[in-house]
Design a protein around this ligand. Structure first.
Ligand code: GLY
Length: 362
């Protein structure tokens, strides 16, 4: 076990929480649960049954009344049916307002566990234990929770900051390569919007960024978490600054929809970042060299930087439906320079389409 790094999110004693990052630190979970918790429900996906049960046994050995609930793997978990099943489990466990939920898994489980915690008894504590890179640097931090409905992803949800987040880097050892690469898109996003040292580290240590352990990986994760922690501390409810975390996401979400969610999130965001970099260049706001850097760093990680030609009408329609839109104007987070995010509101469709032409392939 290594000494965990502690990053504080939020201000004030009521709403602030800690993110712990280290290797072999699952035993630190009770520290994050805090005083007064007696019952804990551990929610895990089918694929992490052994880890979920071990965590539950560990909590039991430390004097908690610990229960476990298994949910489906992947997006299937984020349904009203699964939430309803979990409310039933919580009732059977007798989980009270001073008890807690632990969500262990990828972003789908942490989103679901957070949503169930937000709604049970009008809000109980949740400690998130993300097991994928994407969940560690993004989904599990910041209190966005939700489930999907037939009408779309994440349309039902609540802001419900966790009581703590525990990132055990050992979990990444078994992460499939595609999942790793997908998570790296969000790491690189943090580099472009706020912390260019992330980009320098990826460029300088490409070979050692691929094995999931090691000092470079830990530093990349810590820096990305620090970026998100700073942003959500200032603007939990996305009234302004938090929007910058959506860099590349408007076009990325459109790709996900047009591809019927067969693309990994990070792959879609990767293309979305190149798209919005080209858009900023066309709008006269971003230097071509920074646009080229998007392509080179994302491609070096094995992320896509282009998209098939001929799909503009579907992509444009999907961007107009994006839930991050406000009113009828399309709004993009763009860069004016490295780590200088700004907004581009209501660009002409001709400019949007011209940026698409820059990222098209046959
Ligand atoms: N994933 C973007 C956010 O948490 O705001």
């Amino acid at each position: 076990m290594s000494d965990p790094t502690r990053i504080r999110v939020g201000q004030g004693s009521d709403s602030a929480y800690d993110i712990l990052i280290g290797s072999g630190i699952l035993g630190e979970l009770p520290v994050l649960l805090g005083a007064g918790v007696e019952r804990v429900l551990v929610i895990h996906p089918r694929a992490l049954r052994a880890v979920g049960e071990a965590l539950c046994d560990g909590l039991g050995a430390q004097g908690f009344s610990a229960f476990v609930a298994e949910v489906p793997d992947g997006e299937e978990a984020k349904s009203a049916d699964t939430a309803s099943f979990l409310w039933g489990v919580l009732g059977n466990c007798g989980l009270t307002r001073t008890d807690a939920i632990v969500g262990i898994g990828g972003g789908t489980v942490t989103d679901l566990a957070g949503f169930v915690a937000a709604t049970w008894l009008r809000g109980v504590a949740v400690v998130q234990v993300p097991t994928t890179l994407l969940a560690m640097v993004d989904a599990a931090i910041g209190g966005k929770t939700g489930i999907n409905t037939a009408e779309g992803k994440n349309l039902v949800g609540a802001f419900h900051p966790p009581a703590g987040v525990l990132c055990d880097l050992v979990m990444l050892e078994t992460l499939p390569v595609d999942e790793w690469v997908s998570g790296m898109a969000e790491v690189i996003k943090c580099g472009f919007i706020a912390d260019p040292v992330i980009l320098e580290l990826v460029e300088a240590h490409l070979q050692s960024v691929k094995p999931w352990q090691g000092p470079v990986v830990r530093e990349l994760i810590e820096r990305s978490i620090a970026v998100k922690a700073r942003v959500v501390t200032e603007d939990l409810r996305e009234s302004s600054l938090r929007e910058i975390l959506n860099y590349g996401h408007t076009f990325g979400h459109a790709v996900e929809q047009v591809e019927s969610y067969s693309w990994r999130h990070g792959a879609a965001v990767s293309v979305g970042m190149v798209y919005v970099a080209e858009l900023a260049r066309l709008a006269g706001r971003l230097d071509g060299a920074v646009v080229d850097r998007h392509r080179s760093i994302l491609a070096s990680m094995g992320l896509p930087t282009s998209y098939p030609d001929g799909r503009w009408p579907e992509l444009y329609a999907a961007m107009r439906r994006d839930k991050k839109s406000r009113g009828s104007l399309l709004r993009f987070v763009v860069l004016d320079a490295l780590a200088e995010p700004g907004r581009l509101e209501g660009p002409d469709e001709s400019m949007l389409q011209a940026a698409y032409a820059q990222i098209c392939h046959d």
